[in-house]
Structure formats: structure tokens, C-alpha cells
Unconditional design. Structure first.
Length: 276
């Protein structure tokens, strides 16, 4: 029996590729984490920084706490089972009246996982409704192989390469609206995007990506954190666990991952499969 999601929600997630909204935090707790993020912004002099896209949970103890929230892990367990690896994370921030957007893409496009039983949970630290530029999903797009992406490098695109799915029909897209403290959970291969924030409020969300230990990275060994259950496989190296925020050694480790992700020589799954 599911721990957090209903049977209907589990069935919907597998069939459509997503479930939304999923309450995982009280609003006051979401605001607590938001204040931590805004404190980092003030300390660095950066508003809505765009460099926290690969494993920022290694930089902040509050992100480890958020990513291991029991209700959140219960929802993930309902989809992948009791053994859970935290693979990566990202912080997505849009200021008020922010023209930045995210084009249609698949998270799986540049990461090779087998089997592709990988799920992302996007937790709102603020409200994320249509006017804020919430996530948008293309239902059932996770049931097909990766689609070809074009790298546009558009300065207003929050994706590192401005990657965009070619010739996508989004007429059946749905808006994944959440309030602060709620999550939208989607399959790693599900096509998704977001529009600019046209409201007078900021839109801040944190993404965590989870899989079962039996999933392996087809690009070679990759590190992750076991956050629930047991790991009886030898597919993953161990990420460091931060004991304090912005530990200098972990910052170096984090910067190495970001440079690899942004390396223009990194090919997409479609290119590696010879389908480009």
C-alpha cells in the first residue's frame, strides 16, 4: 500500500509521467528554506543565481534536510521502492517580472540511466502558479525514447545550453501548479518547460532527482547519496555529505561537476545513439 500517494496517483504517475500537487512541507517550513536561499543570495550579491543546477545539495545542509524530508521520500518510495538514491539537484529561481524561461526539454537528454526508473521532485519554496511561470508537462512523453534537442544558447533560457526539443507539439501540455510546500513529481524522461514569471512575486523551487540503487549510469560511474533503505548494488560512488554550508573542499567538488555538465563536448543521448 502506498505511503504518501494514493493508488490512483501512482497509476497516473506511471501512465502520464507526473503527479501534482503533492503536499510535502508546511508552508512555514518552505519559507524557512527560502530564507536560507535568500541569505546565500545576499551573501554572494547574486539574485536568482543560475549556477546552482548540478548537486547544490552538497553545498548546503538545509538542502540535504529538504531532500530527505520524510513525506517527500514517502512519495518517491511509492514510485521506485524502499531503497532510494539522491542523484542530483538544482535550484530554479525566477525574479518578479522575470523574462527568463525554460524551453521544452527532457532531463534524461544528457544523462544515461538504465533502467530509466528515475524521478524528479520539484518543491515550491514559493507559490508556483501559471502567472509565476510554473512547470509545464507534456503527458505521456516519457513513454517514448529521448527526442532530439537543439542547443540554442539563448541568454534568456535558464538551461545551461538552451537545449530545446525540435518540432514539439505542446497542444496537450498541462500546467503543474504548486503552492509553497507542495511538490510536482515527474519522470526523468517527461518533456517539460516553463514560461516567464509575469507576476510581482518571485518563483523559487528546488529539484531533487531520485532513483533506486539498481539503476546505473551508462556514461560511467557516477556518485550519489543513499537517503533511504539499503544499497546492495555497486553502481554508484559516494557523494560527500556536507557538515557545514559551503565547505571549501566540497565547493571544489561541486564546481568540477558543473564544469563537466556545461562542457560543450558532452553529447546528448540521441547523439550517442546515432539518432541525431
Amino acid at each position: 500500500m502506498p505511503k504518501c500517494l494514493s493508488n490512483d496517483q501512482v497509476e497516473h504517475a506511471r501512465r502520464e509521467g507526473y503527479v501534482v500537487p503533492v503536499p510535502v512541507l508546511p508552508r512555514v517550513k518552505a519559507d524557512y528554506y527560502l530564507k536560507h536561499f535568500e541569505s546565500y543570495e545576499r551573501a554572494t550579491g547574486q539574485s536568482a543565481p543560475n549556477h546552482l543546477k548540478v548537486k547544490p545539495h552538497l553545498l548546503f545542509t538545509w538542502m540535504i534536510e529538504l531532500g530527505t524530508t520524510p513525506a517527500l521520500l514517502d512519495a518517491i518510495e511509492d514510485l521506485i521502492g524502499p531503497n532510494i538514491m539522491l542523484v542530483t539537484s538544482a535550484i530554479w529561481a525566477k525574479n518578479a517580472r522575470d523574462p527568463h524561461f525554460v524551453t521544452w526539454h527532457q532531463d534524461s537528454a544528457y544523462f544515461g540511466y538504465e533502467p530509466m526508473n528515475v524521478w524528479g521532485a520539484w518543491i515550491g519554496l514559493t507559490d508556483s502558479h501559471i502567472e509565476h511561470g510554473c512547470m509545464r508537462y507534456l503527458p505521456r512523453s516519457h513513454l517514448s525514447p529521448e527526442m532530439a534537442h537543439t542547443e540554442t544558447h539563448d541568454e534568456l533560457n535558464l538551461l545551461s545550453r538552451g537545449q530545446s526539443i525540435e518540432q514539439l507539439n505542446d497542444s496537450k501540455a498541462v500546467d503543474a501548479e504548486v503552492s509553497a510546500g507542495e511538490a510536482s513529481i515527474h519522470h526523468f524522461r517527461l518533456a517539460h518547460s516553463s514560461k516567464p514569471n509575469t507576476s510581482d512575486q518571485r518563483r523559487i523551487g528546488v529539484l531533487f532527482v531520485y532513483c533506486a540503487p539498481r539503476v546505473r549510469c551508462t556514461l560511467g560511474r557516477y556518485p550519489a547519496l543513499l537517503v533511504r533503505g539499503e544499497n546492495s548494488f555497486d553502481h554508484w560512488d559516494q557523494d560527500p555529505i556536507p557538515e557545514c554550508d559551503l565547505d571549501p573542499e566540497i565547493v571544489k567538488y561541486f564546481e568540477g561537476f558543473n564544469s563537466r555538465y556545461e562542457d560543450p563536448g558532452t553529447k546528448s543521448e540521441v547523439e550517442r545513439a546515432g539518432r541525431a
